[in-house]
Design a protein around this ligand. Structure first.
Ligand code: B3K
Ligand code: ZN
Length: 877
């Protein structure tokens, strides 16, 4: 497949000012008539041929300014249409294509999901609807006429505002005409036609504009749409209050469909969602589901400014909209919930997904410089690390200059397609600071490792901090340079009090932020009258790893006394990780195991003193690092079985020490009343359910009994699911009974059944492979639905390390079979699933060999999709 390079970017030779679409829908036959008002681009090369993109299209008719061009003047294939010598003044193309929505299993372009017509055009799906300049720097004003059978599709939605609608008498068909006054790239085009139930409410924007906001869901599910609608209204208000961004159309529609490749899509005025991120009721959705819905509704809405009003010049600039929009949705969730608890959750995601990506064969810069399939670059690096870079800008420039820079960006680039350089220039201008070195974060891949060593001089009352940074090589980038790393920090005295932070005059310390932008740096702090314990990277101020030689006593001091909640959590994680890594090493070497954790007493005090006040934080702090966290800490020669054993041993030891306190949490009376999805109530549930899980680790019989009782009595899905998860780890009749009961109760509810598939796929037992095979023939299972495929198979490959990476290679082999089958149905979902192998080189030699064999078996299949081929090439390079 051809490689697209950032360095080859050229402006389009032609522009499309206006697009008029007429789309007549039939299940297996949609006729698309496109009229394109075009002109040569003054910035392009004059007289160049016009090459329109296409993908699997059937051309029915083609005219230029009303006349069919002579044969030889043009050519077309399903993959493109070329007009060799287009007019050099404004001209109009008319193109009629035919597409088959019902046969579209790739879920890109126009397709059907449970009988609803819908579209997905990002990144390059519009070319599956009509021939077009399908690139984000071609912005057009769209008018769309949608026509369909009234009975099959009573609701017809497009981008923008509704202009006209009516019946076609005697045909049973009707139509709607939508007009979007905001010029946009083709990837933001959308339509929906189907039978859907609606919840809606009026919203008045800050300048008084009346907007009707609505959420549309499959018939019968309107009672699960209220939370999404509420989250949308809160997002709109928050963006006004926080960033001064106001909505700009008369309507804002959200549509939930059940077949969707990713989470959701920010089409202008018509967001289309995976229904997993819209539908919620206390009986069917967990607290985690509610939090995801809130965050994704916000994310897609926030794109209206960061992505839609200001879009990307080319796909290399993807982080311009995604990193910034993730930053905005993280800030929103932090404001709506608990800031420290959200920060911990976001950093856990970053480390679990992005750090792993950055350390392996798929590592790439936040702004990649080349791709063969752009859909493979919607990654944790572009999204999550991209968000961290925006966050660092705020830390480095200060919040006022950051906000001025963002305001400048909104005013200067509104209505245009921008680049990372454009974005950074606004912040440099607003702050008066040079951001040339900072810009390197967008170009250099890999996670820097910062090594920090401190020496206290009692006589001189100084504390000297020596810092080094090193970024490991990544594919295509062997030499790395120093990055600009903001270290938000404090020093803590033995009693736990915060010591003053006074550095030498020439030190790059801005308030409590030390700016570390060289390979090595030494900073001396004055008036340090007692031995300090440093608290570095408060709030996780930079996306780096930190090696600092703190003793267990130092970590315990930070855990107890740090004013920064994130670093309190980090300290207890460090203690656990150190303990776990030592135990894994002992296990593998056949040495005596490490003893009981010395920090259990501190956890007991913590639980007693803070459990009631901040249960969500306490639940985070008491969560033992995942097997993935431990593998990352160890880094190479990974044996998932040893990791699993060490983790279970620590959970059991911790739980045994905490047992009375855990029982007290479980036995305390709970507030009655209706289910409250808010952060406070969710935090209480999180701690109660963590207590249940730990009790089961220390006292399996008692845990099983308590879990079975909770499974039976639970009044909401969070508690129901937590009970099932605890039971799933305890082999025996209770587990199988609970699974059977779940299926009886929820067999008709696909989203709830996804939880059932997932929990079984994650059981860390040898029998799971057969269980997963059997579940693949369950009548409710299909590879054609991305949610279902991921619920079972991504849960297995991403969240069950001992079984996916079985010593006999059978786990890899199963997923290889799945990928080969899935690749023919839906390449995007297949290639994404393949990334589960991304850390294969870190495994111990036996498992590594099995992983390689599985990857090579996939690679040997002729006719693989470009998507899957691209990931394989990089993974095997
Ligand atoms: N922009 C979309 C993602 C499109 C993915 C295309 N493969 C959703 C989002 O990030 O908001
Ligand atoms: Zn996004």
């Amino acid at each position: 497949p051809p490689i697209v390079r950032l360095s080859d970017y050229r402006p389009s030779d032609y522009l499309i000012d206006a697009v008029s679409l007429d789309i007549s829908l039939h299940a297996d036959d949609a006729i698309v008539t496109a009229e394109l008002d075009m002109r040569p681009n003054p910035a392009g090369s004059a007289g160049a041929p016009l090459r329109l993109d296409g993908d699997e299209l059937e051309l029915r008719e083609f005219t230029v300014d009303g006349a069919a061009p002579p044969a030889g003047a043009w050519e077309s294939s399903p993959q493109g249409l070329t007009l060799h010598a287009p007019p050099q003044q404004p001209f109009r193309l008319r193109i009629i294509t035919r597409v088959n929505p019902a046969a579209n299993t790739k879920l890109m372009g126009l397709y059907r999901s449970s009988g609803v017509y819908c579209t997905q055009c990002e990144a390059e799906g519009f070319r599956r609807i009509t021939y077009f300049l399908d690139r984000p720097d071609v912005l057009s004003v769209y008018t769309t006429r949608i026509e369909a059978d009234r009975n099959e599709a009573p609701l017809l939605l497009g981008n923008g505002n509704l202009q006209e609608s009516g019946e076609l008498s005697g045909t049973g068909r009707h139509y709607a005409i939508w007009h979007d006054p905001f010029p946009k790239p083709a990837y933001l085009f959308a339509l929906v036609a189907g039978r859907l139930d609606t919840v809606s409410e009026p919203f008045t924007t800050m300048s008084g504009r009346a907007v009707e906001i609505a959420v549309h869901v499959e018939p019968g599910k309107a009672d699960r749409a209220g939370y999404a609608l509420d989250a949308l209204a809160r997002s709109m208000r928050w963006d006004e209050e926080t960033f001064g961004r106001e909505y700009d159309l008369d309507v804002f529609n959200v549509v939930a469909v059940s077949d969707f490749n990713m989470g959701a899509m920010e089409n202008k005025g018509l967001n289309i969602f995976n229904d997993k991120y819209v539908l919620a009721s206390p009986e069917t959705a967990t607290d985690a589901d509610y939090a995801n819905i809130e965050a994704i509704i916000a994310h897609e809405y926030f794109h209206n400014w960061t992505g839609n009003r200001i879009t990307c010049r080319d796909w290399f600039q993807l982080c311009l909209k995604e990193g910034l929009t993730v930053f905005r949705d993280h800030e929103f969730s932090a404001d709506q919930r608990s800031r420290p608890v959200r920060r911990i959750a976001d950093v856990r995601t970053l480390r679990a997904a992005q750090f792993v990506e950055d350390a392996g064969p798929l590592a790439h810069p936040v702004r990649p410089t080349q791709y063969s399939e752009i859909n493979n670059f919607y990654t944790a690096t572009v999204y999550e690390k991209g968000s961290e870079l925006v966050r660092m800008l705020g830390i480095l420039l200060g919040q006022d200059a950051f906000r001025s820079g963002l305001d400048l960006y909104f005013s200067r680039h509104d209505g245009h397609a921008a680049t990372i350089e454009d974005f950074l220039a606004c912040f440099a201008e607003a702050s008066g600071k040079n951001l040339d070195h900072f810009a390197q974060w967008y170009a250099q891949a890999g996670t820097p490792l910062v090594t920090a060593r401190g020496v206290w001089d009692e006589e001189a009352e100084t504390w000297t901090l020596r810092l080094k940074q090193m970024t490991p090589p990544t594919p295509g980038q062997t030499q790395k340079r120093a990055q600009v790393i903001p270290i938000q920090m404090g020093l803590i005295g033995a009693s736990g009090r915060e010591l003053p932070l006074q550095a030498d005059n020439n030190a790059p310390l801005q308030d409590d932020v030390l700016v570390f932008d060289q390979e090595e740096m030494t900073v001396t702090f004055r008036n340090v009258t007692e031995r300090p314990t440093p608290s570095l990277f408060r709030g996780f101020s930079a996306p780096v790893r930190c090696d600092i030689d703190l003793s267990d006593a130092d970590e315990l001091l930070l855990f107890r006394a740090d004013s920064d909640a994130f670093n309190r959590w980090q300290a207890v994680q460090n203690l656990m990780l150190k303990h776990l890594a030592a135990d894994v090493a002992a296990l593998r070497a056949g040495r005596p195991r490490v003893g009981a954790p010395a920090f259990a007493g501190a956890l007991e005090d913590f639980l007693a003193s803070e459990g009631a006040r901040d249960p969500a934080f306490v639940a985070q702090a008491l969560s033992v690092p995942t097997e993935g966290d431990i593998a990352r800490e160890i880094g190479s020669d990974i044996d998932p079985d040893a990791i699993h054993t060490a983790r279970q041993t620590l959970r059991q030891a911790m739980a045994t020490a905490l047992l009375p306190a855990l029982r007290a949490i479980r036995d305390a009376a709970e507030p009655d009343g209706a289910f409250d999805p808010g952060a406070q109530a969710a935090g209480r549930r999180a701690l109660r359910n963590l207590a249940l899980d730990l009790i089961a680790a220390a006292a399996p019989e008692e845990g099983a009994e308590r879990a079975a009782a909770q499974f039976h009595d639970a009044g909401n899905m969070t508690d129901r699911m937590a009970a099932l998860a605890t039971l799933s780890l305890l082999p025996g009749a209770r587990r199988e009974e609970a699974l059977a009961a779940w299926e009886r109760e929820f067999g008709d509810d696909p989203l709830v059944m996804d939880k059932w598939f997932g929990v079984q796929a994650m059981i860390p037992e040898n029998g799971t492979l057969d269980r997963v095979r059997q579940l693949m023939s369950h009548p409710g299972f299909t590879l054609s639905n991305p949610n279902r495929a991921r619920a079972l198979l991504s849960a297995f490959s991403l969240s069950n390390p001992t079984q996916f990476a079985r010593a006999d290679g059978a786990g890899f082999s199963l997923i290889a079979d799945v990928i080969l089958e899935l690749d023919r149905i839906n390449p995007q979902v297949a290639s994404r699933m393949l990334t589960a192998f991304r850390a294969w080189r870190t495994l111990e030699p036996g498992r590594r060999g099995h992983a390689l064999a599985a990857l090579q078996r996939i690679a040997s299949r002729p006719g693989l999709s470009v998507d899957t081929q691209d990931i394989l090439n990089r993974m095997l390079a």
